[in-house]
Each structure stands twice: as structure tokens, then as C-alpha cells.
Design a protein around this ligand. Structure first.
Ligand code: PMV
Length: 336
């Protein structure tokens, strides 16, 4: 009962921020639909992916989970158990497990490492338990570890329906990675662990008076950006993504207590992107998740030029180029 999987991280275009607490907060049912691009790093030796192997056995006396050579405990282990226990319940077995996992990119730095991690865990565990689940069903289990992981099951461009229950809050693919030509240049400002986890951020979302408006607007924008993707309308796509990012960060900054994920450099990168767009009439747009790093969205033919511009900004540690990824998948390469 051993299996392995590789999953990619994703960048949110319509953001998930805050859970719907009418049902158990443990289910990570979001307040609004969201949309993302699953991403594959192609410039450095980082593909922004997680490789996970898991084994279940009657002989194991305890559960063991290791990420990048560190034994996981506390909250990290709790989140893994939420997925594992739900899958074991479905299979009606109660074996202990061993899991080894590697991220080829910084963990908890606002680059969605948890999305890749929990998607890989779900895919590997479902296979090890010999459960025959659809991609949509897998997404509901990945969601239990971290909401955004629901979207990382699929490649390309992905829509996560908010839903009102475990079964109805799932992600589906809008289109595959080759149907809409987009790259993102990630300007890395800080690879360190973020100060405030998105877990805590979700709890604070509703303390901002702007959140109700953000939720309402996000539902509209989720539909609009889906249409823009299917119509191959890059300008509309980028305009909506940038606007929705600002809604989320406005909510963060007006929460109680206020959350500032940006650093001064974040703003410099934003201004640079705006400047390239205006002065050079180049279609490029920014978006930022829960961290200081900036994703600049552009058409592939402009990637190299914009990368050079962003890399020149003083203080930028490095830039990572990403394109839409394929679906996450199982592999026979086991880590133990
Ligand atoms: O999945 P979580 O709990 O790590 O939350 C993700 C939150 C954002 O990355 C900021 C937005 C999103 O939709 O991914």
C-alpha cells in the first residue's frame, strides 16, 4: 500500500480569503468561488512542485510525516491527518502511515507550497488506498489540508466552486495548460517563512468591513475571468486578476489586527509593472498571494524582456519563470 505523486503549486487569480463558517471551519469551505493557474517553473532548477510518497501498513505503530527532512508535528501533522483520516474512513481501514515529501521550492513563503503539498498527499494516499476517485472528488479531500490545494489537483486554469458542503466545494478545470498562453515571472523578494499563516488570515478576513464587498465582487470576477480565459482575452484576464488581488490585500490591511504581507520592495515591483504597461504599452499585470513576492502575468513572447526589467530592481533576490502546468500525477518513483 505504497504510492507516490507529484503536484504543482498554483497562483490565485481570483483569491480565496476567508472561510464560510456556517459549516464546520475545519472543512475549509470558502466564502467565494476562486480561480487559479497551476504553475510549472521552467527557468531554474525549481519546478514549484512537491513529490510525496506515502505507505499504509498494519505493521506501523505510529504515523510519521517528513517534509524536506523535517519531522512534522503539531498543526502540520493535524492538517495531514484531516486528509488521511477522511480517506481511511472511506476505505474503512485504520492503518498507520509513513510519508516522505520534498518541495523543490521555499516552504510557506507565499508561493503556495501547501497547495502543492496537500494535492500530492491526496493523490498519493488515494492511490495507496486503492480508492477510485475522480479529479473533482480528489479536490474535495485536498481542500481539507489547505483550501487552495483543491485547485492544484488539476493542471492549466482551474475554477473552485465555493459550494455549501464537503462534496459540493470542489475544483474543476476551465481549460488545459496549452489552451491559454500565459507566463508569470515571480519576483522573489523574500524566501523566508511568512509571519502570518494564511490559516490565521482566513479567520481575520471578516473583521474587515470591506470583505463583504470583496466576496460579492469576487463571485462576479470569477465568472468574468473564466470567460476571458476561454475567449483568449489576455488584457481582460490580467485587468481582472490585478483588481481582485488589490481587493484581497485591501481586506488584509483593514483587518483587525491589520495584516501587511507586502514589503517596501513589493510596492516597487508593482510600480515597475504599472510603468512597463503604461510607458511601453506592454500587456503585463501583477498579482500577489499571502506574502511579499510578486507574480507578473504576461504573454510568453514578452516574458524575457519583462524578466530582465524586474531582475534589475535593486533587492530582487531572483526571478522564477512559470507557465501553466499539466495535471498533478502519480509516479512510480518512490522516495523510500
Ligand atoms: O490555501 P490557503 O489556506 O494557503 O490559502 C490561500 C490564500 C491565498 O493564496 C492568498 C489565495 C488563494 O486563493 O490561493
Amino acid at each position: 500500500m505504497k504510492s507516490s505523486a507529484i503536484a504543482h503549486s498554483n497562483i490565485a487569480l481570483i483569491k480565496y480569503w476567508g472561510n464560510w463558517n456556517k459549516v464546520s471551519p475545519e472543512l475549509n469551505i470558502p466564502l467565494n468561488d476562486s480561480v487559479s493557474m497551476t504553475k510549472y517553473g521552467f527557468s531554474q532548477n525549481t519546478h514549484l512542485q512537491t513529490h510525496t510518497t506515502i505507505e499504509f501498513s498494519e505493521d506501523f505503530k505510529e504515523n510519521k510525516a517528513i517534509l524536506n527532512d523535517n519531522l512534522l508535528k503539531g498543526r502540520d501533522m493535524e492538517r495531514i491527518l484531516k486528509i488521511i483520516n477522511a480517506l481511511k474512513k472511506l476505505k474503512k481501514i485504520d492503518y498507520k502511515f509513513k510519508m516522505i515529501s520534498f518541495n523543490d521550492f521555499p516552504t510557506q513563503a507565499g508561493l503556495a507550497s501547501s497547495a502543492a503539498g496537500f494535492a500530492a498527499l491526496t493523490i498519493a494516499a488515494a492511490k495507496a488506498l486503492n480508492l477510485d476517485l475522480s479529479q473533482e472528488e480528489l479536490s474535495t479531500f485536498a481542500r481539507l489540508g489547505s483550501g487552495s490545494a483543491a485547485r492544484s489537483i488539476h493542471g492549466g486554469f482551474v475554477y473552485w466552486y465555493r459550494g455549501t458542503s464537503h462534496e459540493t466545494s470542489y475544483a474543476e478545470q476551465i481549460c488545459g495548460p496549452n489552451n491559454f498562453d500565459v507566463n508569470a515571472i515571480i519576483a522573489i523578494i523574500d524566501e523566508g517563512k511568512k509571519d502570518v499563516s494564511s490559516d490565521l488570515g482566513h479567520e481575520l478576513a471578516n473583521t474587515s468591513i470591506f470583505n463583504t464587498l470583496r466576496v460579492k465582487k469576487s463571485h462576479e470576477q470569477a465568472d468574468e475571468i473564466k470567460a476571458a480565459i476561454l475567449d483568449d482575452d489576455f488584457n481582460k484576464f490580467g485587468t481582472i486578476a490585478e483588481n481582485n488581488c488589490m481587493f484581497m490585500h485591501s481586506v488584509m490591511m483593514t483587518s483587525e489586527p491589520a495584516l501587511f504581507y507586502w514589503s517596501p520592495l513589493t510596492l516597487r515591483v508593482i510600480k515597475k509593472v504599472l510603468n512597463i504597461r503604461k510607458a511601453e504599452n506592454l500587456d503585463c499585470f501583477f498579482t500577489i498571494d499571502a506574502g511579499p513576492n510578486v507574480h507578473c502575468l504576461c504573454r510568453p513572447e514578452n516574458t524575457e524582456y519583462i524578466q530582465n526589467m524586474l531582475a534589475k530592481i535593486e533587492g530582487i533576490e531572483k526571478t522564477i519563470l512559470v507557465k501553466p502546468a499539466n495535471d498533478s500525477y502519480t509516479t512510480n518513483e518512490h522516495l523510500f
